[in-house]
Design a binder for this molecule. Structure first.
Ligand code: PMP
Length: 438
């Protein structure tokens, strides 16, 4: 039932508005791994919303926790006042993070959590008398949200180029290597030397000028780029050697996506900070968080005047009680259903085999996967300068499945509750869509 006259007023984010409004796709209900359109069609949500609804849609337990919290304590200022659920949730969250990441700074989104992490990195360098260490290193094809720090360290050209001068940063090379690694399952064999590019950047800028390196352990929005074996360990070693902080942006890779609570746990590499959002509340209400190593927190505390504010940073909705309640209930669901490790079991294997069965489609040039994330990359269509992803996404939706598209890549990150027959449905829809488009 529509209560609006047109689609004109809502300027949609990251959407070709004119094309969308000529052919709108309106979702009116969600449940489990499915969405339902306004004309009653069932669509498989193979992207868990936007890589966030890890336990699937329509979780009553989470909805009820939100309602209960809103009635009991809807809001109180997080500046100079506290509430029980904020402290309780923070303490619960650090049960999942590797030691020494035992402090939680709350934001409202991935973008804000990234900004918070970058600012904490700079505040830390300042606090220890190294204010000269102000440069940040990101990576090509990285996505770290849309705020100014995030687009500076980010490496997706369209997200940066309209927005003028950015922060002083440099970028590591990405690790996509179709020549040597196409159709790899899990971590790739080749390309560990791309981590050594960090040594080169450090030589170029000098370690005395670099505050932090930020990477997504697996790049999501850049096209599900899986790192080579040993790559993240190598970055850790180089950062430690040169006294540079290492930040993992785990907005997508956190909360069970790879078969562990965090990629840091899965790959046994301990960064100095982890950025989290999305699945932290099962995507139901906005929440971001930065998990910060004790030494960073303590240095900032110790170098601040007694009784004064230690970090001049925070948001009206940092640790919003309703978001904390949603997060607590999401963790209950993840725990009760074993979702934080499910992707490392049988279903992850099924996922891998199912995706790789698409290799015989002529236009497919790569298939990548880890845990319950994956991507298929197509060749650039001959005789056209437009990539195929956008058209593929639209057609695939007509064929009953919601996917993500970036350039010639289509990506998937289904709810962690997905079952084999639904994976089969995704694969069949991709095959059908390819046969109709190519
Ligand atoms: N970092 C990463 C790795 C992300 O994938 C995203 C969102 N896709 C963000 C940051 C930004 O999160 P948000 O959209 O909640 O600001």
């Amino acid at each position: 039932m529509k209560n609006y006259k047109s689609l004109d007023a809502f300027w949609m984010p990251f959407t070709p508005n004119r094309a969308f409004k000529a052919n709108p796709r309106i979702v009116s209900r969600t449940e489990g791994v499915f969405c339902y359109t306004d004309d009653g069609r069932q669509i498989l949500d193979a992207t868990a919303g936007l890589w966030c609804v890890n336990a699937g849609h329509g979780r009553k337990q989470i909805a009820e926790a939100i309602g209960k919290q809103a009635l009991e304590l809807d809001y109180t200022s997080p500046f100079n006042f506290g509430h029980d659920i904020g402290f309780e949730f923070a303490e619960r969250l650090i049960q999942y993070t590797p030691d020494p990441l035992n402090k939680v700074f709350f934001a409202n989104s991935g973008s804000e959590a990234v900004e918070s992490a970058l600012k904490i990195a700079l505040a830390y360098q300042n606090a220890r008398g190294k204010a000269n260490k102000f440069k940040l290193i990101g990576r090509e094809m990285a996505y770290h949200g849309v705020n100014f720090g995030g687009i500076s360290v980010g490496g997706l050209t369209p997200n940066r180029k309209a927005f003028g001068p950015l922060l002083p940063v440099d970028h590591l090379p990405h690790t996509l290597d179709l020549e040597n690694n196409a159709f790899s399952k899990g971590l790739t064999e080749h390309g560990l030397d791309r981590a050594d590019a960090l040594e080169e950047l450090i030589k170029f800028h000098d370690a005395s000028s670099i505050a932090a390196v930020i990477v997504e352990p697996i790049s999501g929005a850049g096209g599900v780029i899986i790192p080579p074996k040993g790559y993240l360990q190598r970055l850790r070693e180089i950062c430690t050697k040169h006294d540079i902080l290492l930040i993992f942006d785990e907005v997508i890779t956190g909360w069970g996506r790879l078969g562990a609570p965090f990629a840091a746990v899965e790959f046994d590499v301990v960064p100095d900070m982890i950025v989290s959002a999305k699945g932290i509340t099962n995507g139901i209400v906005p929440l971001g968080a930065v998990f910060v190593a004790d030494h960073i927190h303590d240095t900032i505390m110790e170098n601040s005047p007694e009784g004064g504010v230690e970090l001049y940073h925070g948001y009206t909705y940092s640790a919003s009680p309703v978001a904390c309640a949603a997060g607590m209930a999401a963790l209950d669901v993840y725990e009760e259903e074993g979702l934080l490790t499910r992707a490392s079991g049988e279903i992850g294997k099924y996922w891998e085999e199912a995706l790789h069965s698409l290799k015989d489609i002529e236009q497919v040039v790569d298939i990548r996967n880890y845990g319950l994330i994956g991507a298929v990359q197509f060749a650039q269509p001959e005789g056209s300068s437009a990539p195929i992803g956008g058209a593929f996404q639209v057609k695939c939706y007509e064929n009953g499945v919601m996917i993500r598209a970036m350039g010639n890549i289509i990506a998937f990150s289904p709810p962690l509750t997905i079952e084999p027959e639904q994976i089969d449905q995704l694969v069949a829809a991709i095959r059908k869509t390819a046969s109709e488009l190519f």
